[in-house]
Design a protein around this ligand. Structure first.
Ligand code: IPE
Ligand code: IPE
Ligand code: MG
Length: 249
């Protein structure tokens, strides 16, 4: 098992859970079986992150572009999602987890939205990890939506154009109440962002694992954290400045 320091884990961990389909294909199974197995990994990783007291865990579960997949797969994914939210509620309560969803919820089927709203309301006063599922989520859509809302507020006279800066812009995003991710894990060997948290990932440490999501486990998570802890997050400064506390400018 890879060793890591429990006191310097990412405050906010984001994950692009990829490779369910390829995992299934490799074993001559239907893609949906890969998604089912992927749900078990979600359970395991949520449990482990909550135990490790990670404050924010954000999982990319369904992208705005995933609606373009074959209808049968989309339908099966929605059914799995509904089952997941319902079956996890008890575990979220016993683990003190707060549930949250980002993305264009108006595109989700009404019954799933009802399950989501119920889970958000039920877990609202929990004080442990904030578990966020990104559903029907696209980073560009989120940024365009924020620009639209800002334009409306300017037109209504609520804010002045000169007041728009990074901080105000951030307040119009789904993630307004969250810190930016410190660490992003993408599984399955793909090295791209696929329209996930484009604004928020500006200074996030990226990590790509070759393991498909259904095979991602505690050992792989620990390995990722071990890597995270070897990174130097400079945020534009020099290494010397960080190590000696040299002043800026
Ligand atoms: C990730 O696995 C799950 C979703 C995107 C919903 P994929 O379904 O993308 O699996 P691959 O990439 O085809 O292997
Ligand atoms: C990204 O995976 C979205 C999720 C993991 C939910 P995709 O499998 O949809 O991404 P691409 O199409 O390979 O970039
Ligand atoms: Mg994929």
């Amino acid at each position: 098992m890879h060793r890591f320091d429990k006191s310097s884990l990412p405050h906010h961990l984001a994950v692009i859970m990829d490779g369910n389909g390829r995992w299934a294909k490799q074993q001559m199974l239907k893609r949906i079986v890969g998604h089912q197995k992927g749900v078990e990994t979600v359970r395991l990783i949520v449990e482990e992150c909550s135990k490790l007291e990670i404050a924010y865990l954000t999982l990319f579960a369904f992208s705005a572009e995933n609606w373009l997949r074959p209808k049968t797969e989309v339908k099966a994914l929605m059914a799995l999602l509904k089952k997941f939210v319902r079956s996890e509620l008890g575990r979220m309560m016993s683990n003190n987890i707060r549930f949250n969803v980002i993305g264009n919820r108006t595109e989700l089927p009404a019954d799933i939205n009802a399950e989501i709203s119920a889970a958000i309301a039920k877990t609202e006063t929990n004080t442990g990890m904030l578990l966020t599922l990104a559903l029907s989520y696209g980073g560009r859509q989120e940024i365009a939506g924020a620009a639209r809302k800002i334009a409306c507020d300017v037109a209504a006279g609520n804010i002045k154009p000169e007041e728009i800066d990074e901080k105000t812009f951030n307040n119009y995003l789904y993630t307004a109440a969250m810190p930016e991710p410190d660490f992003l894990i993408r599984t399955s060997g793909e090295m791209r962002i696929s329209n996930f948290l484009l604004w928020q990932l500006a200074y996030t440490e990226l990590y790509f694992s070759d393991v498909n999501w259904p095979d991602f486990d505690k050992k792989e998570l620990y390995k990722a954290f071990h890597h995270y802890q070897s990174r130097e997050r400079r945020f534009g400064k020099t290494s010397d400045q960080l190590q000696t506390g040299m002043p800026t400018a």
